[in-house]
Design a protein around this ligand. Structure first.
Ligand code: SF4
Length: 383
């Protein structure tokens, strides 16, 4: 996850470079339940509004939480499928809060209602992210449910009225790209705290047409708008948070944006970005699915590292006998292709390995979703 507003703050109000703090244990994204009331086009878990067999029971979830806490996991993100459909969601959330976790909820928003907003507020979640795929018609089409947008927006308003930090989670595709400016406007008009732009896993068509590729051009335009909006709002004193996910090349693209617009600060921003260090799947980000299987992140559901029913998460996570985990934890990672020769590898860390694996069968091949030109990965922009 690339924290755009955090690094933008460094551009506007620089702080001294300090030694980087390495997290002891990962942030855990936990898909407690696969049941969902929606059937969205781009859902990575192919959910349905039914009970899925074999899911972790609440006592099993509690046992895993004990292990995670002892392992010093700092953050639990209770995630879609729709976590509010879990019958014990509030008991689990309250226990997590009482144990000292930072607890966030990722929801489709339609299950946040007048009937449960007091329960939600009582938990005091640190953050609730609500997925929006565009403005009304686009969102309803993506979610395959008329009225889904209105319900999600109602959920956002209910949270805002209770003073809960709430954000929009937007997965950028060619089919909703044109709604992106309107979503930023919606965020501004409604005083929504955070915007999370996730890139859809996309393979691209190789090196030759990177610059002309429509998807890459769209991505670049969207990132320009995101950076400019973040900068303008911050300068105007609007306290909003912007993050991106699923494409760590965003950080390198940001450095080029800084080099173009604020050349005197590019060296400092480069050093800060290197401290951040890029993709953290398998290191600082982990996923547990509804059946208890552990994955390097949410896009690796086809790759099981082990199951918390038979082995503690803390052991599974540190076991580098698994070749994928060994490579993900290696510094630098054993990257190949253009990622191996990239001047900005220390910033991006080879981006999204699952995309490389899906396209080539090789975990360490270059990321086909990198939208930077050959020149941009070679040029020393940060000097
Ligand atoms: S070439 Fe690879 S390491 Fe470099 S920015 Fe692109 S994805 Fe990241």
């Amino acid at each position: 996850m690339f924290r755009v507003s955090q690094i933008m703050r460094e551009l506007i109000d620089p702080t001294p470079l300090k030694p980087a703090r390495k997290p002891v244990a990962p942030v855990v994204i936990w898909n407690l339940i696969r049941r969902c009331n929606l059937a969205c086009k781009h859902c990575y878990t192919t959910s349905a509004d039914i009970d899925f067999p074999g899911e972790l029971t609440t006592p099993e979830i509690y046992a895993v939480m004990d292990d995670l806490r002892a392992f010093k996991v700092p953050v639990l993100i209770l995630s879609n499928d729709e976590p509010l459909l879990h019958p014990d969601i509030f008991k689990i959330s309250q226990r997590a809060k009482d144990m000292g976790f930072y607890v966030a909820l990722s929801s489709n928003g339609t299950r946040i209602s007048a009937a449960n907003i007091d329960d939600i507020a009582a938990i005091d979640y640190q953050y609730i992210g609500v997925s929006l795929d565009g403005i009304k018609d686009t969102h309803d089409r993506f979610r395959r449910m008329p009225g889904a947008f209105d319900e999600a927006l109602r959920g956002i308003h209910l949270c805002l009225d209770k003073g809960i930090k709430v954000g929009i989670r937007f997965t950028l595709t060619q089919d909703n790209y044109s709604d992106f400016p309107a979503l930023l406007q919606l965020m501004d008009d409604n005083g929504i705290d955070k915007f999370y732009l996730s890139h859809l896993n996309y393979g691209g068509r190789g090196n030759k047409n990177r610059k002309d590729d429509a998807h890459f051009a769209m991505t670049r335009d969207a990132m320009d708008l995101l950076f400019e909006t973040c900068y303008e709002w911050m300068k105007a004193g609007k306290d909003r948070e912007f993050v991106t996910g699923n494409n760590d090349a965003d950080a390198v693209y940001f450095l080029h944006w800084v080099a173009k617009n604020f050349p005197g600060q590019a060296g400092y921003i480069k050093a800060k970005l290197e401290q951040w260090g890029g993709n953290a799947s398998g290191v600082n980000v982990a996923n547990i699915d509804n059946l208890g299987s552990v994955h390097p992140d949410t896009f690796w559901w086809h790759y099981d590292l082990g199951n918390v029913r038979t082995r503690p998460f803390s052991e599974i996570w540190m076991d580098t006998s698994d070749p994928l985990m060994a490579g993900l934890k290696q510094q630098p990672r054993p990257l190949e292709g253009r990622c191996a020769g990239c001047h900005y590898q220390a910033i991006c860390n080879g981006n999204t390995r699952v995309r490389a694996a899906q396209m080539t069968g090789n975990y360490w091949a270059e990321d086909p979703g990198c939208y930077l030109t050959d020149r941009e990965i070679a040029a020393p922009a940060g000097r």
